[in-house]
Design a protein around this ligand. Structure first.
Ligand SMILES: *[C@@H]1O[C@H](CO)[C@@H](O)[C@H](O)[C@H]1NC(C)=O
Ligand SMILES: *[C@@H]1O[C@H](CO)[C@@H](O)[C@H](O)[C@H]1NC(C)=O
Ligand SMILES: *[C@@H]1O[C@H](CO)[C@@H](O)[C@H](O)[C@H]1NC(C)=O
Ligand SMILES: *[C@@H]1O[C@H](CO)[C@@H](O)[C@H](O)[C@H]1NC(C)=O
Length: 481
């Protein structure tokens, strides 16, 4: 009961804004088979998640959130920044269509996220010139629409926009190449009573640096502490967050509110991405923040959004195979592990209700198929290229499959992604359909859920659609020759 009362507490921050406390969640939709919005909204509510962060402003999603009381951060994708930066009119249209229209029908939009990690070094500076003007134009449009008291702008940034000169939080300052720009943005946020949003990922630190002390990524206090003046750090999150606090303070904005836009741990696709670590991290983070202790530099509640609610099987795997496995729920809304979000009594996650699956059948490698057939490698790379094989490989959930198991996994993923079309299990001399579940141990051979088409066109264009038969027929006629 105690947790429940924490979950619905309302906190009034700076200015006139009141926001719901408790953990939020990121709801991304880069999935081949996203759950319908009403299923997801019910999932949020039943798990006591009262704040959601979106990466766009999909109409159906927002309309569904309107009946929910859930507080919303809508997003502007990076590819829209240029047009919003150059045209106040475009910003006004965006706000009118994607904020005003929904606010007037009871969607609790509280933030507009302008861009998503636009200053990541991998973008080569593509958004350096457009982000700040877009932020200004969206803010002007919100003022013009009379919404600027209830809706605040922000820019979700990667934690690499700041760094420490001495390896300690107290050495924190903004990255030298964007220092001036960051100050302009921070001043603008401060002037408008808006928060700084940062994404913090101890998992990535571990992924890119095998010497990173594993225990320091978690919250159990098992790592050797780091001393910074009179303060002591037992985990990377606190140290990273406080590096930002120092950077803000050093530049005269020590009181700027901070939102942790993304925090989480993936469960597959890498040797450090697994259920045990993900639960340890997310539960550790929840206990850490529910205590209301804050960090050494900023005692008090931490406003944060878990990354992520549901797995997204169509995300780019450029950053790594783990990208498709950040969810606390699988693609079909099943809880991956026990997690007490502090908002329900039971302490365990409630799965999605009313999920419609396709038939119980799978595509697998024929027992008679020959592993040495040169066609096999071709078929597997074709299937994996168009479906999802990120659960195969060293240290993953299906990492202990043998070569035949690997091939079955690949062809099944392709078959399911194509909604179990017969033609999608016709790899020459290789595949067959079975009603026997090939899943073993931690390795789950998925059955896909029924496709949801409402709003899919707008969200994703043709990417979202199952592969066309034409492509399949071309592929098979080529390989049969
Ligand atoms: C509203 O948001 C959607 C989804 O992000 C976008 O496709 C659309 O262009 C936006 N509308 C306007 C008028 O900018
Ligand atoms: C950034 O630059 C690198 C090297 O010049 C290039 O390979 C990459 O495609 C560029 N990325 C983007 C997003 O422009
Ligand atoms: C299965 O596939 C993965 C990923 O492609 C590969 O790393 C592994 O070596 C394969 N295992 C076998 C036994 O072929
Ligand atoms: C399939 O197997 C048969 C018999 O082993 C063989 O004659 C045929 O060429 C194979 N077809 C392909 C496309 O590999």
């Amino acid at each position: 009961m105690r947790w429940f009362s924490v979950g619905i507490k309302v906190v009034c921050l700076v200015s006139m804004m009141c926001t719901v406390s408790g953990i939020g969640a990121n709801w991304g939709t880069q999935a081949s088979h996203p759950l319908p919005p009403d299923t997801v909204v019910r999932l949020l509510r039943e798990n006591g998640i009262r704040k959601v962060k979106l990466f766009d402003a999909d109409y159906d999603t927002l309309r569904t959130l309107g009946k929910s009381g859930v507080e919303v951060m809508v997003g502007i994708p990076n590819d829209m920044l240029a047009s919003l930066a150059t045209s106040v009119k475009a910003a006004e249209k965006w706000v009118s269509k994607n904020v005003s229209a929904h606010s007037s029908s009871n969607v609790k939009i509280r933030y507009v996220a302008v861009g998503n990690e636009p200053f990541l070094e991998t973008y080569n500076g593509s958004f350096l010139r457009t982000t700040f003007p877009a932020l200004q134009n969206v803010q002007s449009a919100l003022i013009k629409a009379g919404l600027s008291n209830q809706v605040k702008v922000t820019v979700p940034l990667n934690a690499d926009v700041y760094a420490s000169s001495n390896g300690l939080p107290s050495g924190g300052d903004f990255r030298t190449d964007i220092h001036g720009l960051m100050l302009q943005i921070v001043k603008f946020l401060s002037d408008n009573g808006a928060p700084f949003t940062v994404n913090i990922y101890p998992f990535i630190s571990l992924y890119i640096d095998s010497n990173f002390p594993v225990d320091y990524a978690f919250f159990d206090g098992n790592a050797s502490p780091i001393t910074d003046g009179s303060l002591t750090y037992y985990n990377m999150f606190d140290a990273n967050y406080d590096t930002l606090v120092w950077a803000l303070q050093k530049n005269g904005f020590g009181n700027l509110p901070i939102i942790v836009g993304e925090i989480g741990w993936p469960t597959d696709g890498d040797q450090n991405a697994n259920i045990v670590y993900a639960q340890r991290f997310n539960q550790g983070f929840m206990s850490h923040t529910l205590g209301g202790r804050g960090t050494p530099m900023r005692p008090g509640p931490i406003d944060a959004y878990l990354f992520s609610l549901i797995d997204e099987d169509a995300k780019s795997i450029d950053p790594g195979n783990f990208e498709r496995h950040w969810g606390i729920f699988t693609f079909d809304g099943i809880a991956k592990y026990q997690l007490n979000l502090g908002s329900t009594n039971s302490g365990s996650l409630v799965p999605a209700k009313g999920v419609h699956y396709l038939e119980r059948k799978w595509c697998v490698m024929k027992p008679s198929a020959n592993l040495d057939d040169p066609q096999v490698a071709l078929s597997v790379s074709y299937a994996c290229g168009l479906a999802d094989c990120t659960s195969l490989g060293y240290g993953t959930s299906c990492g202990s499959l043998d070569a035949r198991g690997n091939i079955s996994y690949a062809v099944n993923s392709y078959y399911q992604r194509n909604n179990q079309l017969d033609v999608a299990c016709k790899f020459p001399n290789l595949s067959m359909i079975t009603k026997t579940n090939p899943s073993v141990g931690s390795c789950r051979f998925e059955i896909m859920i029924e496709p949801y088409y409402g709003g899919a066109e707008r969200r994703f264009g043709c990417l979202q659609k199952p592969l066309s038969l034409v492509a399949l027929i071309i592929f098979f006629s080529l390989t049969v020759v």
